[in-house]
Design a protein around this ligand. Sequence first.
Ligand code: GLA
Length: 388
Amino acid sequence: MKKQELIDKVTTVFQERFNQTPALFFSPGRINLIGGHTDYNEGFVLPAAIDKGIVVGIQKNDKDHCLAYALDMDEQADFRIDEIAPIENGHWKNYVLGVVAETAQKHSIETNFNLVFAGNIPLEAGLSSSAALENSIAFGLNELFGLGMTREEMIFVSQKAEHKYAKVNCGIMDQYASMFGEKNAAILLDCRSLESTVFNIDFKGYTLLLVNSHVKHQLAETAYNQRREVCEKIAKMFGVKALRDISEADLSKVKDKLSTEDYQKALYVIQENERVVEASKAISTNDIQALGELLYASHEGLQHQYKVSCEELDFLVNATKENEAIAGTRMMGGGFGGCTINIIKQTAVAAFKEEITPLYQEKFNKTPSFYDVQISNGVSKIATTINS
Ligand code: GLA
């Protein structure tokens, strides 16, 4: 669905359901060119916001509770701001409740409110629909109640909601990219200082194509949190804050104190951080081949060292290696499913889709989906054009 259709739909449903005209906000999902699992190690990432995301409509009400309607799921939740607690794992309500609770801890939300949200971003595809939802609500509450939060404060509210309510101990990349995205640019983000450098993306004949494996891994959250724990444990051994502070040479000194698995995970993080910096250089010199090689190397590491890939993603990456029109490919996001990101010649996209679809179907009995990526701006208020 196009963004404008989504905006119209949320507006209409809001008016029908609550008899009010909402304030509207759009919050995008994100891609990440390179830098998998480096953010919570206070390292570097190279993400960008995309043109797909979440639209939220929000308006004050005079009831004694708040109402949140998830349009795509056709489900409504009611809650009282001062009585919020996380509910069963995996439920969409946790994102809403988490952001409201975290906001209310620091700012006074003076009345109850109604909220409707819907998205055109595929769920559990590694495109951060959850960060998009969190940010949209933080931004909406901030505007509606004039809370004076900065964008930076809002991303930390969103991240805390993810930690405490969705129970995923994520880094800051997704919330940052969704909030601060810039049109046609990838952002080299230092996840420790939040310093960023913007790189214009003009791949001269190449484009970014996402391939959705349609694999959703049940235990992804647990596996994600476990990896973060391993990284933190090793950083602690060195008495430093994060793996960001350790070099390959440092790591090799404690090799015999670590299991092979843990050693490889830490090594991956150190090497991936270096790849991100290299990738930003390749973008600035327009060296698409070098950038592509770095993506392949990133995937190798995620597959064999960090072990967050899956058979389907590996297949989708390997299938591109002989294709001269594809410079590089890797899995993207938390892992165990979701999308691969491909740097591919514009003229070769149609043929690639035709070639990979039957191969993937035959092997996994599933049909992949394809998304052309438009790199877009971060969260914004939508000018309301429809009158009630
Ligand atoms: C998820 C998390 C991010 C990041 C990526 C992996 O998307 O939310 O913080 O760790 O996985 O790079």
